[in-house]
Write a protein that binds this ligand. Structure first.
Ligand code: UT7
Length: 334
């Protein structure tokens, strides 16, 4: 699916950027003290050294509000819609985005959640682009936020070392397709036959409650997910490059979902990108699900790994299965 050819003023242009992390840092050594794992295993298999973990009572809405506030502050204006990418909403019902909009003082702005798990931020950007292109919204706050550790079995060494909590946000405004910051084409896909590679069995409408607590936690077939992630992120990135008429050599920075440093390296290699194009902050935050891409963007913009004029590809892969990509020329934003 792709969206191109916008009327004047109706392309979605990135204009604000924000990030929020819980205060608590948990390093690999701390995990190795209570799980059958080691700093060496986690670092060499995933690239992660530490992650941030939400405090008891600290929620997805709390982190989303902090990231959203920072993104809006950079623009000096509000938003008439909030799209929150998350799979760990504060409640099963209702969506969390209206609470985020209310706490940010956005009045009666449209607000809803998008759940495409780790691909959620790309899906939310595409949704926001549609709202702007359709003349439904003028400025959209797009947030990726997850307290993904709330889904983890604290005794599962195959998931606990990988995930962390956080939120990242951008503001999109209506503008022109040829200006820096304009989101390019999108490529979005799913493969529901493979949902059980990465899922939580109980707690939803089909299997409401299980006596086995493990059914309420995330189960992951890591090696299979790894293989799909590498192939799909490369394939999807190539699809948006082709739609935009960019050559691989035009790409300055490759911002992939921070699931595993090895996945990012393999996907970049499949695409034919040099290793130094890969943007990574996974060593400090782990896999933060829907927050992963905007957090990586905020870090990279802050330390000038990404600078105005860079041509940037964004790509993600997650449970569902879902995956997707888009691209942009980086604007003057901080
Ligand atoms: O956001 C999207 C969702 N998630 C992902 O994208 C994750 C994708 N998958 C991965 O990143 C990797 O598959 C993992 C990091 C999860 C696992 O790495 P792997 O290289 O695929 O390892 P493995 O699962 O094949 O396990 C290798 C060995 C096994 O031992 P044996 O059978 O070789 O004796 C595991 O039991 O490592 C063992 N192992 C561990 N050892 C120490 C598994 N987890 C751990 C651990 N510490 N935490």
């Amino acid at each position: 699916m792709s969206v191109q050819g916008f009327p004047p003023g109706r392309a979605a242009v990135l204009t604000g950027l924000g990030a929020a992390l819980p205060d608590r840092v948990v390093d690999n050594h701390e995990l190795a003290g209570r799980l059958d794992t080691s700093d060496e295993w986690i670092r060499t298999r995933t690239g992660i050294r530490e992650r941030r973990i939400a405090a008891p009572g600290e929620s997805t809405v709390d982190l989303a509000v902090a990231a959203g506030r920072q993104a809006l502050a950079g623009t000096g204006a509000g938003a008439d819609a909030v799209v929150l990418a998350t799979s760990t909403a504060d409640q099963l019902c209702p969506a969390s985005a209206p609470q985020v909009a209310a706490r940010l003082g956005l009045g009666t702005a449209a607000a809803f959640d998008v759940n495409a798990v780790c691909s959620g931020f790309i899906y939310a950007l595409a949704t926001a682009q549609g709202l702007i292109a359709g003349g439904i919204a003028k400025r959209v706050l797009v947030i990726g936020a997850d307290v993904f550790t709330s889904l983890l079995d604290p005794e599962d060494r195959t998931t606990v070392p990988i995930f962390g909590d956080g939120a990242g946000a951008v503001v999109l405004r209506g503008g022109d397709a040829d200006e820096p910051g304009a989101l390019g084409p999108f490529d979005l896909h799913s493969e529901g036959e493979l949902a059980d590679l990465l899922w939580v069995e109980a707690g939803g409408s089909r299997h409401r409650f299980s006596d086995d607590p493990r059914d309420h936690y995330l189960r992951m077939q890591g090696t299979a997910v790894f293989r799909h992630a590498c192939a799909r992120m490369a394939e999807s990135s190539r699809a948006v490059l082709d739609q935009a008429g960019w050559m691989v050599g035009d790409v300055d920075r490759f911002v992939g979902h921070q699931a595993n440093i090895r996945i990012l390296q393999v996907a970049a290699k499949h695409l034919g990108l040099p290793a130094d194009a890969v943007v990574a902050n996974i060593d400090r935050v782990g896999n933060t699900s829907a927050a992963s891409i905007p957090l990586a963007l905020a870090d990279a913009a802050a330390d000038a790994t990404i600078v105005p004029g860079h041509r940037v590809v964004l790509t993600a892969f997650g449970a569902g299965l879902t995956w997707g990509s888009t691209l942009l020329t980086w604007p003057d934003v901080l």
